[in-house]
Design a protein around this ligand. Structure first.
Ligand code: 5GP
Ligand code: MG
Length: 179
């Protein structure tokens, strides 16, 4: 176990790089099989998914395309609180088989919003792939087909995920140490 300090917090290695890469490869193999003749369009959600998207794509061996979106969040006026807007998607996804590439699904509200937004653009099918899922936190019904790893409810950083924009460059995944 190694520890890192980011700003005011301490984190400890919880998933080493080798294990992450193994799990990512397994997800890629499933997608290769399921989508072999579908020319899927991967839509990676920035910033957090950049490392996952990169390693995932290295193991995708079928014809495919990739594009990137960002989510702009602002305080909504309804009781749902934070609403996220999908920005930067220029591709026409009508009739396409779309695979969303996300870093982590926590409550699931971000993914729900993505599915609703992309759904209005009439894709042939919509699939979710996520590096990490916290099953204990999921609050909305979501069909998440491709999950690389399930983790406990703790806050993590590394492999693209940040704490206050820091730590995205770490190769391993680290969990917050509660002191
Ligand atoms: P959800 O909408 O599913 O509740 O939240 C998803 C978003 O919250 C993720 O895309 C990510 O930005 C952030 N998030 C949730 N859990 C974690 C975590 O443990 N670490 C980091 N760095 N971000 C998280
Ligand atoms: Mg994310």
């Amino acid at each position: 176990m190694s520890r890192v300090t980011i700003k005011d917090k301490t984190f400890e290695t919880s998933i080493p790089e080798a294990e992450i890469l193994e799990r990512v490869k397994k997800v890629a193999e499933r997608i290769n099989k399921d989508m072999a003749d579908k020319n899927p369009l991967f839509i990676a959600v920035l910033n957090g998914s950049f490392m996952f998207a990169s390693d995932l794509m290295k193991h995708i061996t079928i014809p495919c395309e990739i594009s990137f979106v960002k989510l702009a969040s602002y305080e909504g006026t309804t009781s749902t609180g934070k609403i996220k807007e999908v920005i930067g998607l220029n591709e026409d996804i009508r009739g396409r088989h779309v695979v969303i590439v996300e870093d982590i699904v926590d409550t699931g509200s971000t993914m729900k919003r993505m599915i609703e937004t992309l759904g209005t653009r009439e894709p042939a099918s919509l699939h979710i792939s996520t590096l990490l899922l916290k099953p204990g936190k999921l609050q909305v019904p979501l069909d998440i087909e491709y999950v690389a790893m399930e983790i406990p409810n703790d806050f993590i950083v590394g492999y693209g995920l940040d704490y206050d924009q820091q730590g995205r460059n770490l190769r391993d995944i680290y969990t917050l140490v509660n002191e």
